[in-house]
Design a protein around this ligand. Structure first.
Ligand SMILES: N[C@@H](CCC(=O)N[C@@H](CS)C(=O)NCC(=O)O)C(=O)O
Length: 205
């Protein structure tokens, strides 16, 4: 059996979380390396694109979260085999990446500059993405984004929704998703109750 080492920040969330959940769902043991932010700072320039997550498969380094989501998602039965459904899954995965980039550009700002940038973000990109994800959910039938079942898209987008709701993003109202797209907020709650998700967090407890 291959060996897997996934390196990311020491948080139960973020880009690597769907990959961790999928490894667990697949029953594949992996080395879950969790770095503090200062630890990452020291080794940042040694990573291929100066970023995490990094996955090593039998010592071979791979980057890019959505590529990992597809690879590990297939092993876990959390990625569609039908091409059209895979397309729907990928659309949601890639949109969630774009959303992260829109948010991350406001990191490092402080005070009034942060407040103004976040207000613009809330009325602009965040609203656009929340409504867009809602459309994708509706297209998928209302319960899941693709394949009428839990896929990596549900894990990734629900993680992004929880980020928006979590209160860690200053000046982003925690009820934004609930107000703009209640079905998307409900979806995130349901995903948290999915057996594979519950089992993963039980294993972490
Ligand atoms: N496209 C990359 C983006 C990776 C990325 O930006 N990761 C963030 C953490 S979630 C990072 O390492 N940022 C560090 C930095 O920009 O210095 C992926 O999907 O893996």
């Amino acid at each position: 059996m291959s060996s897997y080492k996934l390196t990311y920040f020491d948080i139960d969330g973020g880009r690597a979380e769907p990959v961790r959940i999928a490894f667990h769902a697949a029953g594949i043991p992996f080395d879950d390396v969790r770095l503090s932010f200062p630890e990452f700072g020291k080794m940042r320039s040694t990573t291929r694109f100066n970023s995490l997550p990094v996955l090593e498969i039998d010592g071979v380094v791979v980057t890019q979260t959505n590529a990992m989501c597809r690879y590990v998602g297939k092993m876990a039965g959390l990625y569609p085999s039908d091409d059209r459904e895979a397309l729907y899954c990928d659309e949601a995965l890639d949109a969630a990446e774009d959303l992260s980039h829109r948010i991350v550009v406001t990191f490092g700002l402080e005070g009034e500059a942060l407040k103004a940038a976040r207000a613009k973000l809330v009325d602009g990109w965040l609203s656009i993405f929340v409504r867009g994800f809602n459309e994708l959910l509706t297209r998928g039938g209302g319960r899941y984004f693709a394949d009428n079942r839990l896929t990596m898209a549900d894990l990734k987008v629900s993680g992004a929704v929880r980020w928006l709701q979590g209160g860690t993003l200053d000046h982003v109202p925690t009820d934004l998703v609930q107000n703009l797209a209640p079905a998307l907020a409900d979806h995130a709650k349901r995903v948290a109750e999915e057996p594979v998700v519950v089992a993963y967090y039980a294993s972490r407890a």
